[in-house]
Design a protein around this ligand. Structure first.
Ligand SMILES: Nc1ncnc2c1ncn2[C@@H]1O[C@H](COP(=O)(O)OP(=O)(O)OP(=O)(O)O)[C@@H](O)[C@H]1O
Ligand SMILES: C[C@@](O)(CCOP(=O)(O)OP(=O)(O)O)CC(=O)O
Length: 385
């Protein structure tokens, strides 16, 4: 192959959380999860792949730095699973399965900062490799899952259900799309970035500790998640925002309760996270109706869900309660408000300035997409290794 293929993949945010594996090696989850795929316009991973007999060895660059493949079992697994797929689809002796691969990837948002970069990153890696070798088939979620569990959900747009499955080899642990992003186009997502630096305990380590030490996890897995998964899928299909919002908040709260029930505890939320939670409930109480919902991953950053019709009013209250000295364009990013001069409806007490680093407003998005596929001068690659 003397072409370079470039693809983009989105971030996804879980409203029913994946937390705990039944198989660490195959990355098989204990429970189902449900997520929303975000628009690539504001947040995405972008990955380019070149492969061929002229590439001297497998290399992966991330944000300009070499990712050591030799010590990264997950990267190695993604490469070997793609090569296995090449043999399955193109024949055991297909020369392409022996080619070395050069990968160059970057995120347009903070990496390893609790903003789901591994989900977008591994989904992008697998999708780009599949495009480079003409392998785009239904197998991709199962491969992306072995890069990072939540990555399997970024293979689809809109609303996605990752079924935990029961098979020991994971043949039934895959992602399916519940509905496309066009199903609920009014949905908006507001990301409140409290802290975008590396977190102390990664999701991988945190959930392993929960499986080993939490006494509440099994109840969540066996009792809570099956019912909530069914109910939230129903709420999504019926576009019942109030039901969707309550289930999302309850699952986020329970997920963090499990983290606190882990020993030693995984403390992902901080004081600002709790101020956000209180503000959202106070706002909904003042509105007399659930207008906005929150969820937190393994970090202090908040992901809010709100319908477009309620966005401007809420944003006016939000920036009054969480003020900043930053310029408005730096502080509020992404989709612009249609009514920037909206007056805050409830006049809540402003908190101290700059509790939030910035706010990103986005919407639902589609799955990964191929954005470039062009021929290259092989000599330029041969001499660049
Ligand atoms: N574009 C990418 N291509 C390949 N791998 C990536 C990419 N972006 C991130 N990763 C991998 O994901 C790791 C970060 O995953 P980690 O789970 O620690 O953080 P996160 O996914 O950003 O946060 P969280 O999982 O809590 O939402 C990186 O160290 C890297 O190994
Ligand atoms: C809190 C979460 O975001 C956990 C994500 O965990 P990862 O998918 O990052 O974990 P690994 O499978 O070990 O790579 C909840 C979720 O996204 O469902």
């Amino acid at each position: 192959m003397d072409k370079v293929v470039t693809c983009m993949a989105p971030v996804n945010i879980a409203t029913i959380k994946y937390w705990g594996k039944r198989d660490e090696h195959l990355i098989l989850p204990l429970n189902d999860s449900v997520s929303l795929t975000l628009d690539c316009d504001q947040m995405h991973s972008q990955t380019s792949v070149v492969a061929g007999p002229f590439v001297k060895k497998d290399t992966v660059m991330l944000n300009g730095h070499v990712m050591p493949i030799e010590t990264n079992e997950r990267l190695q697994r993604c490469f070997s699973l793609i090569r296995k797929l090449i043999k399955e689809k193109k024949g055991e002796n297909c020369p392409e399965a022996q080619w070395n691969i050069r990968v160059c990837s970057e995120n347009n948002f903070p990496t390893a900062a609790g903003l789901a970069s591994s989900a977008a990153g591994y989904a992008c890696l697998v999708y780009t490799l599949a495009n480079a070798f003409d392998l785009v088939t239904e197998d991709l979620p199962a491969i992306a899952r072995q890069g990072s569990g939540s990555a399997c959900r970024s293979i689809y747009g809109g609303f996605v259900h990752w079924k935990a499955g029961k098979d020991d080899l994971g043949s039934d642990s895959t992602a399916v799309q519940i509905a496309t992003e066009a199903h609920w186009p009014e949905m908006r997502i507001i990301i409140l970035v409290v802290n975008d630096s590396h977190k102390k305990t990664s999701s991988t380590v945190g959930m392993k500790k929960s499986v080993e030490t939490s006494e509440l996890l099994q109840y969540r897995v066996n009792k809570c998640v099956p019912e909530r998964t069914k109910d939230i899928i129903e709420a999504i299909i019926n576009k019942n925002f109030v039901k969707f919002a309550e289930i999302t908040m309850r699952d986020s709260n329970q997920f963090h309760a499990i983290c606190l029930d882990t020993y030693p505890p995984c403390v992902y939320l901080n004081g600002v996270s709790h101020e956000i939670i209180t503000f959202i409930h106070d706002y909904n109480d003042a509105a007399g109706h659930v207008k906005v919902s929150y969820t937190f991953d393994a970090g202090p950053n908040a992901f809010l869900f709100i319908l477009e019709k309620d966005l401007d009013l809420f944003m006016s209250e939000l920036i009054q309660v969480f003020p900043s000295d930053k310029s408005k364009s730096k502080y509020i990013r992404g989709i612009k408000s249609t009514n920037p001069d909206q007056v805050a409806p409830y006049g809540f007490e402003p908190k101290e300035k700059d509790l939030l680093k910035y706010i990103l407003v986005t919407k639902l998005g589609s799955g990964p997409k191929c954005i470039d596929n062009h021929l290259i001068d092989i000599d330029s690659i041969k001499n660049s290794d």
